[in-house]
Design a protein around this ligand. Structure first.
Ligand SMILES: *[C@@H]1O[C@H](CO)[C@@H](O)[C@H](O)[C@H]1NC(C)=O
Length: 456
């Protein structure tokens, strides 16, 4: 086993009357980015391409209505007012979430009465969940062998060691494996622990409690979803069958009939791209097919990924139901990447098919990241093209901060769930045709000072 040199560091909402909405809404916010090699993750998407759910328009959230009230907070300081407003927003969200839960239950009852079977139910009648060996096989078949790491990430201690997770110099990581290269090297600089949910749930909970990143495997609902979504034809049927969303999509996105053809088109392009040699000219740029879900408008995604359903209460994967920010799914082609950046929420990421490389860094690396500043386009993202980082560093007469970044990396495979706490930096590249869904909820402030220190 090769031992890598390791360094450690210490490391309403005008709230458009829900009654009105629930009758109106079955919409899919679907955004297609085409022709872009590198694109933004989540928040960073530009306003033309990002379709906001009517529930959660940020602008509206900032201004809860005080109509009909005699300015109850006029005596308070601005800060208290903001706290109060935030609380109001959370209460409203919670109300929306509860109504969503109730509405869905009611729909399900109606559906069952009428003898209608959902796509998921239809699948599970044929492939019973009780056959665990089959599910495991379907998921693990998609894996690659584990690569060498400096310590046994598959047998981590119950509590995170003080230096967890280990880091290495970014330049060393990228020298071993260029950020633009989708071919697996013989070793990677992995430091995150991987927990088997069946036997190591307690460890996962301990690491989560300490606000540290880690990976969980064998999480039952994630395994089931991975198996379904990687069954050929399943996604097509799921998107076709939920035709209510499709028809409504007319008003929100492009044209009514695009949803399924778009997925099919993405899959065809992704398959063709995947079969070609890597770096075979610049003619074909990878792109994402993306599904964004927020409660009612895409209720079927919550049936598919119940671990992201805030109406089911507080769970391991839903730390703060009130802060639920929806579900985002990205279906990526080989080579598509998101520049290193941080997000302002705790994030759970599930890979449902294929492989994605994540390069992670602690929020204390903020000053080394050479970020686009606050308020500017691509704010929170590194300005540096990580595929050319050595060239850029060489061309510069002074020592670049980016060359001091301490980081680690991981390859997420089908069925893997990554917990990424607030403000942790992540660079993402899809190593083949890959599916990923994530959900952000809640904010931990432990590392906020690092981000504030560096101008955010
Ligand atoms: C990509 O990485 C693989 C594995 O380390 C290596 O064999 C290959 O030469 C690299 N390709 C390029 C274009 O650097």
């Amino acid at each position: 086993m090769t031992v890598l040199s390791s360094k450690t560091i210490e490391g309403s909402l005008v709230f458009k009357s829900l009654l009105f909405l629930s009758s109106m809404l079955f919409m899919v916010s679907l955004v297609l980015y085409s022709g872009l090699q590198r694109i933004d993750d989540d928040d960073i998407v530009s306003s033309e391409t990002r379709i906001k759910s009517p529930y959660w328009s940020e602008k509206e959230i900032q201004k809860p209505t005080t109509k009909g009230k005699t300015t109850p907070w006029s005596d308070h300081s601005g800060k208290q007012k903001r706290i109060r407003n935030r609380q109001q927003t959370r209460d409203k969200r919670m109300e929306a979430i509860q109504q969503f839960g109730a509405h869905r239950e009611e729909e399900k009852r109606t559906r069952i009465k009428e003898g209608i079977v959902s796509v998921r139910e239809q699948f599970e009648q044929k492939h019973p969940w009780s056959d665990k060996a089959r599910v495991r096989q379907a998921v693990f078949d998609q894996r690659i062998p584990n690569l060498l790491t400096t310590y046994d990430v598959y047998d981590c201690p119950d509590l995170p060691p003080p230096s967890y997770p280990f880091t290495w110099n970014l330049m060393e990581i990228l020298e071993n494996w260029n950020a633009g290269n989708t071919t697996l090297p013989s070793r990677i600089f992995q430091a995150l622990c991987v927990f088997d949910w069946e036997t190591e749930e307690h460890k996962a909970r301990n690491y989560q409690q300490q606000d540290l990143p880690f990976v969980v495997q064998n999480f039952p609902e994630a395994m089931r979803a991975t198996e379904r979504w990687s069954t050929p034809g399943y996604m097509e049927e799921l998107l076709t069958r939920n035709s209510a969303s499709q028809q409504q999509a007319t008003t929100r996105t492009r044209t009514s009939d695009e949803l399924t053809p778009l997925y099919t088109r993405w899959l065809k392009a992704a398959t063709e791209l995947g079969q070609r040699q890597p770096h075979n000219g610049e003619d074909e740029k990878p792109w994402y097919f993306r599904l964004s879900a927020m409660l009612e408008e895409t209720a079927y995604l919550y049936e598919e990924l119940p671990f992201f359903d805030p109406s089911l209460g507080e769970t391991f994967t839903m730390l703060s139901p009130k802060e639920h920010r929806g579900i985002n799914c990205r279906f990526g082609m080989k080579g598509i990447a998101a520049e290193s950046h941080f997000d302002g929420h705790n994030n759970f990421i599930v890979v449902m098919g294929g492989m994605r490389r994540y390069i992670l860094a602690h929020p204390d690396q903020c000053n080394n990241m050479e970020l686009h500043p606050k308020g500017k386009p691509n704010s929170r993202h590194s300005k540096v093209d990580w595929t050319r980082i050595h060239l850029e560093a060489k061309a510069s007469s002074e020592k670049r901060p980016i060359t001091r970044v301490q980081a680690n990396e991981i390859i997420l495979k089908a069925g893997d769930m990554l917990y990424l706490p607030t403000y942790w930096f992540h660079y993402i590249v899809s190593l083949d045709t890959s599916y990923q869904c994530n959900s952000r909820s809640g904010i931990s402030t432990e590392n906020k000072h690092h981000i504030v220190d560096c101008g955010f």
